[in-house]
Design a protein around this ligand. Structure first.
Ligand SMILES: [Zn+2]
Length: 269
């Protein structure tokens, strides 16, 4: 098992705590613990302990005050981070509230020493947080901005969803510094554009809202190129009702099954 993000330590919560393979990664939600924690590992242990945490709360990542990043939920899964929208929530969330908001969001907790999150982040915590957000935004094509009403998502605070009970989540998060940091990564925007260009080279209308595209793109951004797309998706249903979707590339093919909800890569032999 490896983390989705190289610098992170893996301390996953049990599978029964998460929404397996059901995340469409539209939003990144920033949280602060507000409960006097210093180390990410302590919060991770709490998340994973059913007795201490019967509500099965979790986040994908926790950033400690020492800058250590711990992964608790795989990026493909929905975490128990963002429950129910409160009155006064931002209008940009409306199209995403018909089901479970955890299926549309990646959550990052930040260890805090003040109950009202007023202390802000430490320097190493801030650097670790920015780098993690950049990774998530690149890997899942989350726009690097506050969300607008265009339905494309973005990076938001928990208070945008729950302005009453979570008005201080996060507290003094350095938003302006974050936007400056994310703008300083033009390579990324170039990569994103060239990924789309490569994808469309031979099949100009191959859809990009599919699991297979997501996997292909995730690898592309990491520097693993599977070749250009050669076909549309080919779908068949097995005798026991499992839907298998294949798509062929220069270097091999992807196979997606609705049983696992995952796209697997098979290189040409
Ligand atoms: Zn929160």
């Amino acid at each position: 098992m490896s983390t989705d993000y190289k610098p992170a330590i893996e301390m996953l919560v049990p599978d029964s705590f998460v929404f397996k393979g059901q995340n469409d990664h539209t939003f990144i939600v920033i949280h602060e613990t507000g409960d006097s924690s210093f180390y990410a590992q302590d919060t991770a242990r709490y998340f994973g302990d059913i007795n201490a945490n019967p509500g099965m709360k979790s986040a994908h990542y926790i950033v400690g005050r020492d800058g250590v990043v711990v992964q608790c939920v795989k990026e493909a899964d929905g975490a128990g981070g963002n429950c129910c929208a409160e009155k006064g929530h931002e209008a940009f969330l409306d199209p995403f509230l018909h089901d479970n908001f955890n299926l549309h969001s990646l959550s990052i907790e930040h260890a805090s020493l003040s109950p009202d999150n007023s202390a802000g982040l430490t320097d190493s915590q801030k650097q670790a947080s920015f780098a993690l957000i950049q990774h998530l935004a690149d890997a899942h094509m989350v726009p690097k901005r506050l969300p607008t009403n265009d339905g494309q998502g973005g990076i938001m605070g928990h208070h945008h969803l729950d302005p009453i009970s979570r008005a201080r989540c996060p507290g003094n998060y350095p938003w302006n510094e974050l936007w400056t940091y994310l703008k300083g990564s033009p390579v990324t925007d170039y990569k994103q554009k060239s990924a789309y260009d490569e994808w469309e080279t031979f099949i100009s209308d191959a859809p990009t809202d599919t699991e297979i595209f997501q996997e292909w793109y995730r690898d592309y951004v990491k520097g693993v190129f599977h070749g250009m797309c050669l076909t549309h998706e080919v779908t068949r249903t097995t005798w026991d009702g499992i839907v298998i979707i294949k798509q062929y590339f220069q270097g091999g093919h992807y196979e997606y099954s609705n049983k696992t909800n995952r796209a697997t890569w098979y290189p040409v032999k």
